[in-house]
Design a binder for this molecule. Structure first.
Ligand SMILES: *[C@@H]1O[C@H](CO)[C@@H](O)[C@H](O)[C@H]1NC(C)=O
Ligand SMILES: *[C@@H]1O[C@H](CO)[C@@H](O)[C@H](O)[C@H]1NC(C)=O
Ligand SMILES: *[C@@H]1O[C@H](CO)[C@@H](O)[C@H](O)[C@H]1NC(C)=O
Ligand SMILES: *[C@@H]1O[C@H](CO)[C@@H](O)[C@H](O)[C@H]1NC(C)=O
Ligand SMILES: *[C@@H]1O[C@H](CO)[C@@H](O)[C@H](O)[C@H]1NC(C)=O
Ligand SMILES: *[C@@H]1O[C@H](CO)[C@@H](O)[C@H](O)[C@H]1NC(C)=O
Ligand SMILES: *[C@@H]1O[C@H](CO)[C@@H](O)[C@H](O)[C@H]1NC(C)=O
Ligand SMILES: *[C@@H]1O[C@H](CO)[C@@H](O)[C@H](O)[C@H]1NC(C)=O
Ligand SMILES: *[C@@H]1O[C@H](CO)[C@@H](O)[C@H](O)[C@H]1NC(C)=O
Length: 569
């Protein structure tokens, strides 16, 4: 195309041309003028940065006088033959300030002088350009180009790559590209990048034979790849109310959107390299599978872990109050929740009634409930993180039972009958004297005194006057479940003895008897206490009781002790 001239006054030269500092450049140029001019002499001028002589632009080259601007002194030479309409200009020892526009002016004598508007932009560079595709993906082949202008006829550039040795499957080859007579040496580096190559710097070096010129250019590899989760916590067991930090560290380019999920519910997300999920005061509701998900344009990865929240048993729930009739079956459920599952035990007065290991509920089954099962129970649940207990009452309703201590005692002029009966609801006790056709009960204060302890009612009937040998007294105890009758036995022996020794002797004998009884019973009690304390030590239940749990045995003992010490005084 250099030969084809667009019009009579026209020129051609590359619009852009580049060269390295210190080397040279040859700007190819061709000009034309109307053929009818037939000039006798042809001169040419190269101007720097302005086409107009009136502006006095620096003269780069002037064939008529060889007077040039000092910046170009000894640096320029016309390679072309003006008579062949060839205005090719060479500039040597290029320095950065020579970057700019170069205009050619033809001088054909007289008024036939003309500065062509076509001009060249010269760029003086000091490093080669490395061009990479807009997107470089890991694991797919890429080609980097190192562009080196090659417009100095006397100096040929040599291009070498630097720091490319570690790149997978790399290969290098060169080619020359021409664009409008401006030449570029292109060196290609082909390789398959890996994610590890991201951020790596490769270089391109330009040298010239027999010179010390060396120009380096560098490019940092920006390799896109799918996120990879480098580190995430493994499954963990945590104690309730503590703080948990779950860390997810991700390698990706570009940055990944990191998301923490619990069972598909998004808890936290951020565009980052790592994301920490902080859970304060964890509760059992936060137990579950946690997933860290990292995603960018090129793919995604996820990793999951199980967070197990360990906690002490909840206060067991039991049937609030159970009322049953003797003989019926009773089922009581004690249930709780804990992690790990607890040991559940049901106690009644320190005795283990039922127990279950590593289950959340315990069923106490009494196929035939007896009045002895009546009382307060505790259900205790325990694991290594703590224990909780709940109390419940089992109330057994039963028909009256007349107790052994029921009897009559006859003194000289009084008869005292004791009738003790136990039932739930508490019994109503009546004394019947069939021979006299009389029935008395506690409403008859003159004869009957009644006292109640727990389910036991003790009624004392006192009769004064002659003791009738025919007298027999029946005690009747009654509640909704039935009535029990029992004839009360007489104990006459004592009254006979009292008759023989007389009233004074009787008082003395009574005092001695009390003393003996107290001595014997106290000694026995001491012995019992010693025995029972050693018994308690060895038979201690394995589970520790909570502060709420109290025994009643101690109270009974101290009471009987007091009575005896009162009596012995
Ligand atoms: C102009 O002159 C240069 C230097 O002698 C030469 O390399 C080039 O081929 C010439 N151009 C044309 C179009 O003849
Ligand atoms: C480099 O210099 C050597 C010795 O001076 C010479 O033989 C050789 O031709 C030169 N090479 C170039 C490319 O100028
Ligand atoms: C999770 O990992 C991070 C970093 O290794 C650690 O600091 C943190 O304590 C871990 N969290 C748990 C619950 O183990
Ligand atoms: C932890 O959570 C429980 C239940 O939500 C709450 O009662 C307790 O006060 C919390 N403790 C702290 C230290 O925030
Ligand atoms: C996690 O990855 C697995 C397989 O790679 C996929 O089946 C699952 O759906 C992913 N989970 C989430 C929450 O993206
Ligand atoms: C105790 O509660 C459980 C479940 O609520 C029930 O099956 C059981 O019959 C109850 N027991 C009594 C005695 O009420
Ligand atoms: C069980 O009965 C006793 C005596 O009547 C009472 O003091 C206690 O509070 C009851 N306990 C429960 C759990 O109802
Ligand atoms: C006892 O009294 C009832 C009625 O009050 C009477 O029917 C009965 O005959 C009497 N029995 C005797 C032995 O007196
Ligand atoms: C006691 O006896 C009287 C009459 O003797 C009777 O009215 C009353 O109902 C009896 N009380 C009970 C608790 O049975």
């Amino acid at each position: 195309s250099l030969g084809a001239v667009a019009g009579p006054w026209s020129a051609w030269m590359p619009q852009n041309i580049a060269a390295f500092e210190g080397t040279c450049v040859a700007i190819p140029c061709r000009f034309d003028y109307p053929d009818e001019l037939r000039p006798s002499a042809i001169h040419g001028i190269w101007y720097f940065n302005s086409p107009y002589p009136k502006n006095y632009p620096p003269v780069v080259y002037k064939s008529r006088t060889n007077v040039v601007h000092e910046s170009f002194q000894g640096r320029t030479r016309l390679l072309g033959d003006l008579y062949l309409r060839n205005c090719t200009l060479q500039i040597n020892r290029l320095s950065p300030e020579l970057t700019g526009k170069y205009y050619f002016r033809g001088d054909l004598g007289g008024y036939n002088q003309y500065t062509y508007s076509e001009h060249s932009n010269l760029e003086i560079i000091n490093k080669p350009t490395i061009v990479s595709p807009s997107e470089v993906l890991a694991e797919s082949e890429v080609e980097l180009r190192c562009l080196v202008p090659d417009n100095c006829p006397e100096m040929k550039p040599i291009v070498t790559w630097m720091k490319h040795e570690g790149l997978e499957e790399h290969s290098v080859y060169g080619l020359v590209e021409e664009e409008a007579r401006s030449w570029t040496l292109v060196s290609l580096l082909k390789f398959t990048p890996s994610r590890e190559n991201n951020g790596h710097e490769v270089g391109c070096k330009v040298t010239y034979t027999n010179t010390t010129f060396e120009f380096d250019g560098f490019a940092t590899l920006d390799i896109k790849y799918t996120p990879r989760i480098l580190e995430v916590n493994s499954s963990v067991e945590i104690i309730e109310a503590s703080q948990v930090l779950l860390v997810c560290m991700v390698d990706s380019n570009p940055l990944a959107l990191i998301t923490w999920l619990r069972e598909d519910v998004v808890l936290l997300e951020e565009l980052a390299t790592n994301l920490t999920l902080q859970l304060d005061n964890v509760t059992y509701t936060q137990d579950g599978i946690y997933t860290c998900l990292a995603e960018n344009l090129y793919g995604k990865e996820n990793r999951s872990l199980a967070l197990t929240v360990m906690y002490a048993p909840w206060k067991p729930s039991v049937n609030a109050s159970v009322v049953a009739v003797e003989g019926e079956p009773v089922t009581i459920l004690c249930s709780t929740q804990s992690n790990p599952e607890p040991i559940i035990t049901i106690f009644k007065e320190k005795k283990i009634v039922a127990t279950v290991i590593y289950e959340n509920q315990l069923v106490l089954e009494i196929p035939v409930v007896s009045h002895e099962d009546d009382g307060e129970y505790w259900c205790m649940a325990e694991n290594q993180y703590g224990q909780r207990g709940s109390a419940f009452n089992l109330t057994v309703e039963f028909a009256p039972l007349i107790l052994l201590e029921s009897k009559c005692t006859a003194a000289r002029d009084t008869v005292q009958c004791v009738c003790a009966a136990k039932s739930n609801p508490e019994p109503v006790i009546t004394f019947e004297l069939p021979a006299r056709n009389v029935t008395v009960n506690e409403t008859d204060r003159e004869f009957v005194y009644s006292q109640k302890t727990g389910y036991t009612v003790t009624s004392i009937l006192t009769l004064r006057g002659e003791v009738d040998s025919q007298l027999y007294i029946v005690c009747a105890a009654r509640n909704v479940y039935g009535t029990k009758h029992q004839q009360l036995q007489f104990h006459h022996s004592n009254s006979l003895m009292w008759a023989k020794v007389g009233p004074v002797g009787a008082v003395v004998a009574f005092a001695i008897l009390i003393a003996v009884v107290c001595y014997v019973s106290q000694t026995r009690k001491k012995k019992n206490m010693n025995e029972s304390s050693s018994f308690i030590q060895t038979e201690n239940p394995p589970v520790v009781f909570s502060g709420d749990y109290r025994t009643q045995g101690g109270l009974e003992k101290s009471e009987s002790k007091e009575i005896c010490s009162l009596e012995s005084h």
